[in-house]
Design a protein around this ligand. Sequence first.
Ligand SMILES: [Zn+2]
Length: 317
Amino acid sequence: MTASATAGTPPLLVYIGGSGRSGSTLLDLLLGNHSRIQSLGEFDFFDRYAHGIAQHFCTCGVPVPQCPFWLNVQDTMRETGQSDAPTLATSHATFAPLSYRSPRKFVEAFALISGSRTLYSLASAFVRDHLLAARESMRWYDAVRHATGKPIIVDSSKGAARFKTLYLLDPLNTRMIFLLRDGRAVANSLMKLSHTKGKPLTIEQAARTWKRHVSNALWVRLSVPTRSMLTVRYEELCTSAEPVLRAICDFIGVGFEPAMLELNKNVAHIVGGNPMRMRRDESAIALDERWRQELTTENLNVFDRIAGKLNRKLGYF
Ligand SMILES: [Zn+2]
């Protein structure tokens, strides 16, 4: 790590966890405006983007394999002996799914609640790929620190098991922002996204998806110290951005900077996430509550039957 990367601020990984469609791309962009923070987006699928398997654009506007920022990070990987690839490429996957199908469901639950690396390693036969993906991600985080001089990395991959694996590899320097949003808004957004992908989700499936991801994050919250996890609500981020961002700055140990309030997409190099990251004309922080008009009474009743109890427990009525 460069001297400038360590001056004043220790290296840190800030992981945005919770359910997809909860505003993580917005939070990622705002945090990335801080002079000590580099946001990477949903880094878990980075190897697919880097290898060009999935045609994917960096937020700066060019395909990931051609992005100057990521190519510079790749140069750093080579210079520090972490990679000998001639082009942007990862030597291992940065993502390894833990299937929800039995018997892996049991293994995932174990991974989420286990409190120590020793316990975790007992399940190593099952989580080995996950550990390799986490270690590869750590190497990339370090290369980004070297290349940018910024000590704090934001990864908004969201999966709870991925966070837990990263956390157990480096508990002192890993934090999670548990980003919450009304489950009805998430379910509505998931359904709309699924239609654009040609694989429509029902309200039942969308409600269960939200419930599963939030429940997983709650399991993880039980197993890490309170200093390692901060809960942030999407709705408050949109309506009271400055106090929420100040609280996040306190949590990660940096001073608040006014630039964090600007939705500046021109200087970002985040991957994955909400397509809003590419829309240059949307530069205001706006609360999206379209679910209130778009979900039918029947949709709301189905959601309530599946996930209403959890939603109310989290403060959404
Ligand atoms: Zn870029």
